[in-house]
Design a protein around this ligand. Sequence first.
Ligand code: MRU
Length: 355
Amino acid sequence: MLVGGTPFRTVWLEGSTVKLIDQPKLPHSFGIVDMPTHVHTARAISTMIVRGAGAIGATGAFGMAQAALQSPDQGFHETIVAAAETLGRTRPTAQNLFYGIETVLKAIQAEGDNIHQARQAAVAAAQAVADDDAACCEAIGRHGEPLIQKGCRLSTHCNAGWLAFVDWGSALSPIFTAHRGGKKVFVWVDETRPRCQGARLTSWELTEECVPHAVIADNAAGHFMRTGQVDMVIVGSDRIAANGDIANKIGTYSSAVVAKANGVPFYVAAPTTTIDKDCPTGDDIPIEERSPDEIRYTWGWSDDGQFTRVRTTPVDGPARNPAFDVTPAELIAGIITEKGVVPANPQGIASVWRS
Ligand code: MRU
C-alpha cells in the first residue's frame, strides 16, 4: 500500500537483513528498522515491532532465510533447527507464524547436504511466503467486496489491515476495495485496548486511504450496534480451527455476541494459511498472555511532542492480559478467504484448507 505516495510492504529482506516498518511508532512517525540477525528478528516479533498474523508469518520466514544465509557450513542443519525454535517461541497464537517458519525449514531440509542450494532455497521459499500472503490478501478484497453494500457502515476490531500482513490486509482489504470502487463506506474502529492497534494502526491506514471512519472505545461498540448504526462487522483472525471457531484479538468475542444479539452479520477475513487443520476446535488454540504492564500503562505522544508512558492503575496493581479470545463458529456469518467466502463449519473450512 502507499505511504505518502510510495509503495511499502511491512517486511522484506535486503541481503541478509530483515527490514520492518516500526509499528510501535505509528501513527506518530513512520520509519523502517533493520534486524541484522534472526535473533533480532525474533525479538522484533515478540516485542511487536512487527505484529499481525500474516506479517509475523512472513517475518518468521525471512528470519529463517536470514539464519540460512548467516549460519556456517559446519553444523548448518542443527543451527537452522535452533533458529526455527527461537523464532517459533516468540508468539504462540498466530498460525501464520508457524506456517512461515515451517515452509522455509522444509525447503532447507529438502536440499540435504547441499548447503549452497539450501541457502538459495531458503530465500526463495521466504519470498514466496511473503508474495503469497500479499496475493491472498488482495484476493480477499475481491471476494469480500460484494458483501459490502453502498453506504455500508462497518465495524472492525484491532488491526487486520496491511500492517498486519505483507500488503492489503484481511478485514480491511474488502473495505479498501469497496472504497476504491466508490461505495462510500464508513468504518467504526474499536480502539482495541491494551495496545490500541485499532486507534493507532487501523485509523492510520484508513486515513492514508481517505476512508471515512471514527475510532470508538471498545465498550462503545455495543451501543452503536444496538442503535442501528452498524450494518456489518468484519474482523481478522490469528488462527482458525477445523470446526470454524476462530481466535482473534481480545474483545472480538464480545463484538460477535453483540452483533448476533442485534442481527448484524459478523464476518471473519483470513488467508487459508491461518487455518490449523490440527486444531479441532477453538478450545485447542493456545492463547497468548502478555505482560500485565500492558494493562497497567498506556503510552503515546504528549501534546508537547514527547513519547510518554503513563500508569492508569495503582502501582503494581494486579492485572491480567490475555491477547486473544475465541469466537465460536455459530456467531460467524462467513469466512472470507482468498478462495472465496465459506461457511464457518467443518465442511466450509475443509473446502479451502491447504494440503
Ligand atoms: O497482537 P497482534 O497485534 O499481533 O494481533 C493480531 C491482530 O492484529 C489481530 O488479532 C487481527 O485482527 C488478526 S491478525 C491479522
